[in-house]
Design a protein around this ligand. Structure first.
Ligand SMILES: Cc1cc2nc3c(=O)[nH]c(=O)nc-3n(C[C@H](O)[C@H](O)[C@H](O)COP(=O)(O)OP(=O)(O)OC[C@H]3O[C@@H](n4cnc5c(N)ncnc54)[C@H](O)[C@@H]3O)c2cc1C
Length: 289
Protein backbone atom coordinates (compact mmCIF):
# COMPACT_ATOMS: atom_id res chain seq x y z
CA UNK A 1 0.00 0.00 0.00
CA UNK A 2 1.84 3.06 -1.28
CA UNK A 3 0.37 6.44 -2.07
CA UNK A 4 0.30 7.75 -5.63
CA UNK A 5 3.28 10.04 -6.34
CA UNK A 6 2.92 13.60 -5.01
CA UNK A 7 4.99 16.72 -4.42
CA UNK A 8 5.76 17.29 -0.75
CA UNK A 9 5.86 20.89 0.57
CA UNK A 10 7.03 21.76 4.07
CA UNK A 11 6.46 25.49 4.65
CA UNK A 12 7.81 27.03 7.85
CA UNK A 13 5.36 29.94 7.98
CA UNK A 14 1.60 30.33 7.79
CA UNK A 15 1.69 32.84 4.93
CA UNK A 16 3.81 30.49 2.79
CA UNK A 17 1.46 27.58 3.55
CA UNK A 18 -1.63 29.60 2.57
CA UNK A 19 0.08 30.67 -0.67
CA UNK A 20 0.87 27.05 -1.48
CA UNK A 21 -2.72 26.01 -0.79
CA UNK A 22 -3.98 28.83 -2.96
CA UNK A 23 -1.65 27.81 -5.80
CA UNK A 24 -2.69 24.15 -5.55
CA UNK A 25 -6.39 24.65 -4.86
CA UNK A 26 -7.54 21.88 -7.17
CA UNK A 27 -4.91 19.26 -6.38
CA UNK A 28 -3.43 20.17 -2.99
CA UNK A 29 -4.15 18.82 0.45
CA UNK A 30 -3.09 19.70 4.00
CA UNK A 31 -1.11 17.19 6.03
CA UNK A 32 -1.51 17.65 9.80
CA UNK A 33 -1.04 14.56 11.99
CA UNK A 34 -1.59 12.27 9.01
CA UNK A 35 -3.65 9.84 11.09
CA UNK A 36 -6.61 9.95 8.69
CA UNK A 37 -5.06 11.38 5.53
CA UNK A 38 -2.12 8.99 5.19
CA UNK A 39 -4.21 5.77 5.38
CA UNK A 40 -6.58 7.25 2.78
CA UNK A 41 -3.63 8.13 0.52
CA UNK A 42 -2.11 4.68 1.01
CA UNK A 43 -5.40 3.12 -0.03
CA UNK A 44 -5.51 5.56 -2.97
CA UNK A 45 -8.86 6.88 -1.80
CA UNK A 46 -7.14 10.25 -2.09
CA UNK A 47 -4.49 11.00 -4.69
CA UNK A 48 -3.43 14.64 -4.23
CA UNK A 49 -0.64 15.93 -6.45
CA UNK A 50 0.59 18.30 -3.73
CA UNK A 51 0.79 17.73 0.01
CA UNK A 52 1.31 20.76 2.24
CA UNK A 53 2.75 19.67 5.59
CA UNK A 54 1.90 22.04 8.49
CA UNK A 55 4.20 20.38 11.03
CA UNK A 56 6.93 23.04 10.78
CA UNK A 57 4.61 25.98 11.47
CA UNK A 58 5.16 26.77 15.15
CA UNK A 59 2.39 29.40 15.27
CA UNK A 60 -0.20 26.69 14.73
CA UNK A 61 0.81 24.71 17.83
CA UNK A 62 0.16 27.32 20.50
CA UNK A 63 -2.25 27.05 23.39
CA UNK A 64 -3.24 30.27 25.17
CA UNK A 65 -5.99 32.02 27.07
CA UNK A 66 -6.67 35.47 25.63
CA UNK A 67 -9.42 37.58 27.24
CA UNK A 68 -11.11 34.55 28.78
CA UNK A 69 -11.03 32.66 25.52
CA UNK A 70 -9.03 29.44 25.16
CA UNK A 71 -7.27 29.55 21.80
CA UNK A 72 -6.07 26.19 20.57
CA UNK A 73 -3.79 26.19 17.52
CA UNK A 74 -4.93 23.82 14.77
CA UNK A 75 -1.73 21.73 15.11
CA UNK A 76 -2.10 21.16 18.86
CA UNK A 77 -1.96 17.38 19.35
CA UNK A 78 -4.72 15.56 21.16
CA UNK A 79 -2.24 14.41 23.79
CA UNK A 80 -1.19 17.99 24.59
CA UNK A 81 -4.68 18.54 25.94
CA UNK A 82 -4.37 15.43 28.12
CA UNK A 83 -1.22 16.54 29.84
CA UNK A 84 -2.13 18.41 32.98
CA UNK A 85 1.10 20.39 32.85
CA UNK A 86 0.17 22.02 29.54
CA UNK A 87 -3.43 22.69 30.44
CA UNK A 88 -2.91 23.68 34.06
CA UNK A 89 -0.34 26.31 33.03
CA UNK A 90 -3.30 28.16 31.54
CA UNK A 91 -5.20 28.60 34.83
CA UNK A 92 -8.39 27.09 33.49
CA UNK A 93 -11.20 26.17 35.91
CA UNK A 94 -10.30 22.67 37.06
CA UNK A 95 -13.56 21.08 35.86
CA UNK A 96 -12.99 22.44 32.36
CA UNK A 97 -9.31 21.42 32.30
CA UNK A 98 -10.27 17.92 33.41
CA UNK A 99 -12.95 17.77 30.75
CA UNK A 100 -10.40 18.62 28.03
CA UNK A 101 -8.15 15.87 29.38
CA UNK A 102 -10.98 13.33 29.46
CA UNK A 103 -12.12 14.11 25.92
CA UNK A 104 -8.57 14.00 24.55
CA UNK A 105 -7.78 10.82 26.49
CA UNK A 106 -10.80 9.08 24.96
CA UNK A 107 -9.39 9.46 21.44
CA UNK A 108 -7.97 6.29 19.85
CA UNK A 109 -4.69 5.23 21.46
CA UNK A 110 -1.47 6.95 22.52
CA UNK A 111 0.34 7.00 19.13
CA UNK A 112 -2.78 8.50 17.53
CA UNK A 113 -3.11 11.08 20.28
CA UNK A 114 0.56 12.02 19.96
CA UNK A 115 0.25 12.72 16.21
CA UNK A 116 -3.40 13.63 15.60
CA UNK A 117 -4.37 17.30 15.82
CA UNK A 118 -7.49 19.20 16.78
CA UNK A 119 -7.56 21.02 13.41
CA UNK A 120 -7.25 17.73 11.52
CA UNK A 121 -9.99 16.21 13.61
CA UNK A 122 -12.43 19.08 12.97
CA UNK A 123 -11.59 19.22 9.24
CA UNK A 124 -12.04 15.47 9.00
CA UNK A 125 -15.60 15.86 10.37
CA UNK A 126 -16.02 12.34 11.68
CA UNK A 127 -19.26 11.93 13.65
CA UNK A 128 -17.21 9.90 16.15
CA UNK A 129 -14.77 12.74 16.94
CA UNK A 130 -14.66 13.91 20.55
CA UNK A 131 -13.55 17.45 19.57
CA UNK A 132 -16.64 17.79 17.38
CA UNK A 133 -18.87 16.96 20.34
CA UNK A 134 -17.05 19.40 22.62
CA UNK A 135 -17.00 22.15 19.99
CA UNK A 136 -20.74 21.83 19.50
CA UNK A 137 -21.52 21.78 23.20
CA UNK A 138 -19.36 24.80 24.04
CA UNK A 139 -20.15 26.84 20.90
CA UNK A 140 -16.52 26.84 19.77
CA UNK A 141 -15.50 29.28 17.05
CA UNK A 142 -13.43 27.86 14.22
CA UNK A 143 -10.94 30.30 12.69
CA UNK A 144 -10.38 29.59 8.99
CA UNK A 145 -7.78 31.33 6.86
CA UNK A 146 -6.92 31.34 3.19
CA UNK A 147 -4.69 33.50 0.99
CA UNK A 148 -7.51 36.08 0.77
CA UNK A 149 -8.09 36.56 4.51
CA UNK A 150 -9.65 35.01 7.60
CA UNK A 151 -13.15 34.20 8.84
CA UNK A 152 -14.56 32.79 12.04
CA UNK A 153 -17.48 30.34 12.17
CA UNK A 154 -19.46 28.96 15.07
CA UNK A 155 -19.04 25.17 15.09
CA UNK A 156 -22.77 24.58 14.51
CA UNK A 157 -22.45 26.56 11.25
CA UNK A 158 -19.08 25.11 10.30
CA UNK A 159 -20.49 21.58 10.21
CA UNK A 160 -23.58 21.20 8.01
CA UNK A 161 -26.41 18.83 8.89
CA UNK A 162 -25.22 16.56 6.06
CA UNK A 163 -21.88 16.12 7.85
CA UNK A 164 -19.85 18.36 5.54
CA UNK A 165 -17.81 21.31 6.69
CA UNK A 166 -17.80 24.75 5.11
CA UNK A 167 -14.10 24.36 4.22
CA UNK A 168 -13.33 25.28 0.61
CA UNK A 169 -10.21 24.52 -1.44
CA UNK A 170 -7.39 26.75 -0.18
CA UNK A 171 -8.88 27.03 3.33
CA UNK A 172 -7.01 26.12 6.49
CA UNK A 173 -8.31 25.90 10.05
CA UNK A 174 -5.78 27.88 12.05
CA UNK A 175 -7.34 28.04 15.54
CA UNK A 176 -10.24 26.89 17.64
CA UNK A 177 -11.56 29.40 20.17
CA UNK A 178 -13.60 28.36 23.19
CA UNK A 179 -14.91 30.85 25.71
CA UNK A 180 -13.61 29.60 29.04
CA UNK A 181 -16.70 28.51 31.00
CA UNK A 182 -17.11 29.78 34.56
CA UNK A 183 -16.03 27.49 37.39
CA UNK A 184 -19.70 26.81 38.21
CA UNK A 185 -20.13 24.43 35.31
CA UNK A 186 -20.00 20.72 36.06
CA UNK A 187 -19.50 18.14 33.35
CA UNK A 188 -20.24 14.54 32.53
CA UNK A 189 -18.90 12.53 29.60
CA UNK A 190 -19.83 8.97 28.71
CA UNK A 191 -18.53 6.94 25.80
CA UNK A 192 -19.72 3.50 24.79
CA UNK A 193 -17.68 1.10 22.65
CA UNK A 194 -18.21 -2.62 22.11
CA UNK A 195 -14.65 -3.35 23.26
CA UNK A 196 -11.52 -1.44 24.16
CA UNK A 197 -9.82 0.00 21.05
CA UNK A 198 -12.96 -0.53 18.96
CA UNK A 199 -14.77 2.41 17.34
CA UNK A 200 -17.12 4.32 19.61
CA UNK A 201 -20.81 3.40 19.28
CA UNK A 202 -22.19 6.41 21.13
CA UNK A 203 -20.97 9.22 23.32
CA UNK A 204 -22.62 12.06 25.18
CA UNK A 205 -21.47 15.19 26.93
CA UNK A 206 -23.47 17.09 29.54
CA UNK A 207 -22.74 20.39 31.26
CA UNK A 208 -24.87 21.86 34.03
CA UNK A 209 -24.86 24.64 36.57
CA UNK A 210 -26.89 24.31 39.76
CA UNK A 211 -28.76 26.82 41.87
CA UNK A 212 -30.57 26.00 45.12
CA UNK A 213 -30.02 22.30 44.40
CA UNK A 214 -31.81 22.60 41.05
CA UNK A 215 -30.47 22.54 37.50
CA UNK A 216 -30.11 26.11 36.29
CA UNK A 217 -28.25 25.98 32.96
CA UNK A 218 -27.93 22.81 31.00
CA UNK A 219 -26.29 21.75 27.75
CA UNK A 220 -26.35 18.23 26.35
CA UNK A 221 -24.87 16.83 23.14
CA UNK A 222 -24.74 13.34 21.71
CA UNK A 223 -22.72 11.86 18.87
CA UNK A 224 -21.08 8.85 17.25
CA UNK A 225 -24.45 7.06 16.92
CA UNK A 226 -25.95 9.98 14.97
CA UNK A 227 -24.81 11.12 11.50
CA UNK A 228 -23.54 14.38 13.02
CA UNK A 229 -23.18 15.42 16.68
CA UNK A 230 -26.42 17.03 17.94
CA UNK A 231 -27.44 19.34 20.78
CA UNK A 232 -30.56 18.05 22.52
CA UNK A 233 -32.63 21.17 23.16
CA UNK A 234 -35.77 19.24 24.17
CA UNK A 235 -33.86 17.38 26.87
CA UNK A 236 -32.08 20.54 28.02
CA UNK A 237 -35.49 22.25 28.45
CA UNK A 238 -36.88 19.23 30.32
CA UNK A 239 -33.94 19.09 32.72
CA UNK A 240 -33.67 22.83 33.43
CA UNK A 241 -35.27 23.72 36.76
CA UNK A 242 -35.49 20.11 37.98
CA UNK A 243 -33.90 19.11 41.28
CA UNK A 244 -30.28 18.01 40.93
CA UNK A 245 -31.31 14.78 42.62
CA UNK A 246 -33.43 13.95 39.55
CA UNK A 247 -33.34 10.21 39.02
CA UNK A 248 -31.36 9.22 35.95
CA UNK A 249 -33.90 6.44 35.41
CA UNK A 250 -36.71 5.78 32.96
CA UNK A 251 -38.09 9.29 32.55
CA UNK A 252 -34.73 10.76 31.66
CA UNK A 253 -33.97 7.88 29.27
CA UNK A 254 -37.37 8.27 27.56
CA UNK A 255 -37.01 12.03 27.17
CA UNK A 256 -33.45 11.49 25.92
CA UNK A 257 -34.65 9.01 23.28
CA UNK A 258 -37.39 11.39 22.12
CA UNK A 259 -34.90 14.26 21.96
CA UNK A 260 -32.48 12.15 19.90
CA UNK A 261 -35.34 11.12 17.57
CA UNK A 262 -36.11 14.80 16.94
CA UNK A 263 -32.54 15.31 15.72
CA UNK A 264 -31.92 12.02 13.89
CA UNK A 265 -35.24 10.66 12.62
CA UNK A 266 -34.39 7.25 11.22
CA UNK A 267 -31.90 5.97 13.74
CA UNK A 268 -31.94 2.20 14.36
CA UNK A 269 -33.69 1.47 17.70
CA UNK A 270 -30.50 -0.03 19.19
CA UNK A 271 -28.60 3.19 18.40
CA UNK A 272 -31.36 5.22 20.06
CA UNK A 273 -30.98 2.97 23.06
CA UNK A 274 -27.18 3.42 23.14
CA UNK A 275 -27.62 7.18 22.82
CA UNK A 276 -30.03 7.17 25.79
CA UNK A 277 -27.59 5.10 27.88
CA UNK A 278 -24.69 7.46 27.11
CA UNK A 279 -26.84 10.52 27.81
CA UNK A 280 -28.19 9.29 31.14
CA UNK A 281 -24.67 8.40 32.28
CA UNK A 282 -23.27 11.78 31.23
CA UNK A 283 -26.11 13.66 32.91
CA UNK A 284 -25.80 11.59 36.11
CA UNK A 285 -22.06 12.36 36.24
CA UNK A 286 -22.63 16.07 35.69
CA UNK A 287 -25.20 16.10 38.49
CA UNK A 288 -22.72 14.30 40.74
CA UNK A 289 -24.72 11.06 41.17
C1 LIG B 1 -7.05 3.69 14.63
C2 LIG B 1 -7.56 5.09 14.76
C3 LIG B 1 -8.42 5.40 15.81
C4 LIG B 1 -8.92 6.71 15.93
N1 LIG B 1 -9.77 6.98 16.95
C5 LIG B 1 -10.28 8.22 17.05
C6 LIG B 1 -11.18 8.55 18.09
O1 LIG B 1 -11.53 7.73 18.95
N2 LIG B 1 -11.65 9.83 18.14
C7 LIG B 1 -11.28 10.78 17.22
O2 LIG B 1 -11.74 11.92 17.32
N3 LIG B 1 -10.43 10.50 16.24
C8 LIG B 1 -9.92 9.25 16.13
N4 LIG B 1 -9.04 8.98 15.11
C9 LIG B 1 -8.67 10.05 14.19
C10 LIG B 1 -7.50 10.85 14.76
O3 LIG B 1 -7.94 11.50 15.91
C11 LIG B 1 -6.93 11.90 13.84
O4 LIG B 1 -6.11 12.65 14.60
C12 LIG B 1 -7.93 12.86 13.22
O5 LIG B 1 -8.59 12.23 12.18
C13 LIG B 1 -7.25 14.09 12.65
O6 LIG B 1 -6.22 13.71 11.91
P1 LIG B 1 -4.85 14.45 11.82
O7 LIG B 1 -4.57 15.62 12.64
O8 LIG B 1 -3.91 13.34 11.88
O9 LIG B 1 -5.10 15.07 10.35
P2 LIG B 1 -4.71 14.48 8.94
O10 LIG B 1 -4.93 13.02 8.89
O11 LIG B 1 -3.37 14.98 8.57
O12 LIG B 1 -5.80 15.24 8.06
C14 LIG B 1 -7.15 14.84 8.08
C15 LIG B 1 -7.93 15.70 7.05
O13 LIG B 1 -8.07 17.02 7.53
C16 LIG B 1 -7.43 17.96 6.66
N5 LIG B 1 -6.76 18.91 7.53
C17 LIG B 1 -5.85 18.65 8.50
N6 LIG B 1 -5.53 19.76 9.16
C18 LIG B 1 -6.26 20.76 8.63
C19 LIG B 1 -6.38 22.15 8.89
N7 LIG B 1 -5.68 22.75 9.87
N8 LIG B 1 -7.24 22.90 8.15
C20 LIG B 1 -7.98 22.32 7.16
N9 LIG B 1 -7.88 20.99 6.84
C21 LIG B 1 -7.04 20.23 7.57
C22 LIG B 1 -6.46 17.13 5.83
O14 LIG B 1 -6.19 17.72 4.59
C23 LIG B 1 -7.22 15.82 5.71
O15 LIG B 1 -8.20 15.92 4.70
C24 LIG B 1 -8.53 7.70 14.98
C25 LIG B 1 -7.63 7.39 13.95
C26 LIG B 1 -7.16 6.11 13.83
C27 LIG B 1 -6.21 5.80 12.72
Amino acid sequence: MYPAPFLYHRPSGLHQALELLSRHKTDGVILAGGQSLVPRMNLRQETPKNVVDLNRIADLSTLAVVDDVLEIGAMVRHQSLCWDAEVSGLSLPSGFAQLLGRMAGAIGNLPIRLRGTIGGSLANASPKAQWALLSLLLDADIVIENAGGARCERYAEFLNRDGRTTLKPGDMITRVKIKVPSAHWRYGFAQLAPQQNRPTSAFALAAVTLQDACVRDCRIAVGACTPVPCRLQALEDWLSGRPASVDGGNDLADVAKAAVRQQAFDLEPYLEHLAAVAITRAVAQALGH
